[in-house]
Design a protein around this ligand. Structure first.
Ligand code: SF4
Ligand code: SF4
Length: 295
């Protein structure tokens, strides 16, 4: 992966300070997730965002949603305590581009106030086409696109529906639409100089044998790195009774995928309001609790 600096913004820190994209940065630099995106334009069969548990650590969970006006005060509190935040991102609890203005307003404010910080979003990619200019203007440097299948016959078992401008699509039609938008977006993001990670949730019996095909496609599209994430079975979802793949299975899958594209090996499957070093969060970014951060 090429390490460079952004053409967007002033004195941007090196891209290699992002602790998720570069394992060399994971013990040195902290990340902040802003939980500003509650809704999603897709329904994955493993996702349930209704749980609001302070002790549950997984994507899709946040103690509460920050309003756009709360973002900068929270971040300012955090910055008083810490000088080792390298990246601010939005990773849910829903999709950052389901209601793009909410996320873009937050990111623009962060970029204006802290132009040196890296900025990232993690999205299903459905609404990326048409918003890449706005992401660039908001200072975004790193984009994660979650691609769980590159074959509509596999996809249709993973997604219940996708929704665009009020129309809901299901089955292979939904899968075709989502995949074609993901492909278009990754190519465009790379043409613009973003760093792009493809996340894939490894779902036993559904897409586990399909991961090398996703890796191959991600590489062809130009993505920089891939993150194979073991399924977390969540209550009240169609996949609640599936087993999570074991460490040996994930290792085997990553080995296969690594023939095509570099792999991320240190993902912590973080909450949507995580703050701190990967794996040792200092606190949750929910306004009052962010004050509890300490060195
Ligand atoms: Fe949940 Fe993300 Fe899937 Fe939306 S795209 S349903 S937030 S996992
Ligand atoms: Fe990084 Fe993985 Fe946590 Fe996302 S879930 S912030 S990629 S460690």
């Amino acid at each position: 992966m090429t390490v460079t600096t952004s053409s967007v913004g002033l004195a941007r820190r090196p891209f290699s300070d992002h602790p998720c994209f570069y394992s060399s940065a994971r013990g040195r630099w902290r990340r902040v997730h802003l939980p500003v995106a509650p809704r999603c334009n897709v329904q994955c069969n493993f996702c349930n965002r209704r749980y609001d548990c302070a002790n549950e650590c997984r994507p899709g969970v946040a103690s509460r949603i920050l309003k756009p006006g709360e973002v900068l005060p929270c971040l300012e509190n955090l910055m008083r305590w810490r000088s080792d935040i390298s990246v601010v991102g939005i990773a849910g609890p829903g999709d950052p581009l389901c209601d793009p203005e909410l996320s873009l307003e937050a990111l623009r404010a962060v970029h204006r106030a802290y132009p040196d910080l890296l900025i990232c979003i993690s999205t299903n990619g459905l609404n990326l086409p048409g918003h890449i200019d706005a992401l660039e203007e908001a200072g975004v440097t790193h984009v994660t696109v979650t691609i769980n299948a590159v074959d509509p016959e596999v996809s249709r078992h993973i997604y219940s529906w996708v929704r665009i401008r009020g129309t809901t699509y299901r089955g292979t039609e939904a899968a075709d639409i989502l995949l074609s938008r993901q492909r278009e977006a990754v190519v465009e993001l790379k043409a613009r100089g973003f760093v792009v990670k493809v996340n894939t949730v490894v779902i036993p019996g559904i897409n586990a044998d399909h991961i090398p095909a996703i890796a191959k496609e991600a590489a062809c599209l130009g993505a920089d790195i891939m993150n194979c994430i073991p399924l977390i079975p969540v209550p009240d979802t169609p996949f609640e009774f599936l087993a999570s793949p074991g460490d040996a299975e994930i290792e085997r899958i990553r080995d296969l995928a690594s023939f095509h594209i570099p792999q991320m090996y240190h993902c912590q499957r973080c909450r949507a309001d995580a703050v701190g070093l990967l794996g040792t969060d200092d606190c949750r970014n929910s306004g009052d609790t962010v004050l509890r951060i300490h060195s």
